[in-house]
Design a protein. Structure first.
Length: 202
């Protein structure tokens, strides 16, 4: 599998009865190393959310990085390979009622080499990264901002504090925080435990 800058994002538009919206809305990796299998398992979270929303009657568009997972029934899938492509796909999907931003997008990207990089005098090559777009923050500031924007925070320490700070920094309505430190077994597992952080309560 080629290296990519993110895993998956989910966004959806609700069409239909107010009861469906009520069901969905109610009243209103970074410093850690993971195996390839663990990262593939992490993709499943976004796909599972997309599938659940489609079953509830939402019209779902799934913006996904390269992954060998089946597209959930009733879901429109858009494949992208870079953070810039993901941002463009997110903006093209607007307007929507809500956006669930599951993707773990890399903060930086490196230019693709047009030829093999040779070792010169034992010195490592000079890498000049460019900052990736902040898709979540950009969406929160968009004139077409969805009524509900949900971000995710995968943390390995002081989970609630870091996730709360991220919510304030990005400007989203909810942050779904989870502890992905090795002791939890979440990365590479099939189950997850999360904390929802919003204005109302944790």
């Amino acid at each position: 599998m080629k290296r990519t800058e993110f895993d998956v994002a989910v966004r959806f538009d609700i069409h239909g009865k107010d009861e469906t919206k009520q069901k969905l809305f109610g009243d209103r990796w970074h410093n850690q190393t993971f195996t390839l299998d663990q990262l593939v398992d992490h993709f499943k979270q976004g796909y599972a959310i997309a599938a659940a929303l489609a079953e509830l009657g939402a019209q779902v568009t799934l913006v996904s990085g390269p992954v060998v997972l089946p597209t959930p029934s009733g879901v429109t899938r858009i494949n992208v390979e870079t953070a810039v492509e993901m941002q463009a796909a997110v903006n093209a999907a607007l307007p929507v009622d809500a956006a669930i931003m599951v993707a773990a997008v890399a903060d930086w990207r490196f230019p693709a080499a047009d030829q093999k990089i040779k070792k010169q005098d034992g010195e490592p090559p000079l890498l000049q990264p460019s900052e990736n777009p902040d898709i979540l923050a950009g969406l929160c500031q968009s004139p077409q901002r969805p009524r509900l924007v949900i971000g995710f925070a995968a943390e390995t320490e002081t989970v609630i504090d870091h996730a709360t700070a991220k919510r304030a920094r990005k400007g989203c309505d909810w942050i779904v925080a989870n502890d992905v430190s090795p002791a939890t077994g979440i990365m590479g597992g099939t189950e997850n435990a999360v904390v929802k952080i919003s204005d109302n309560a944790e």
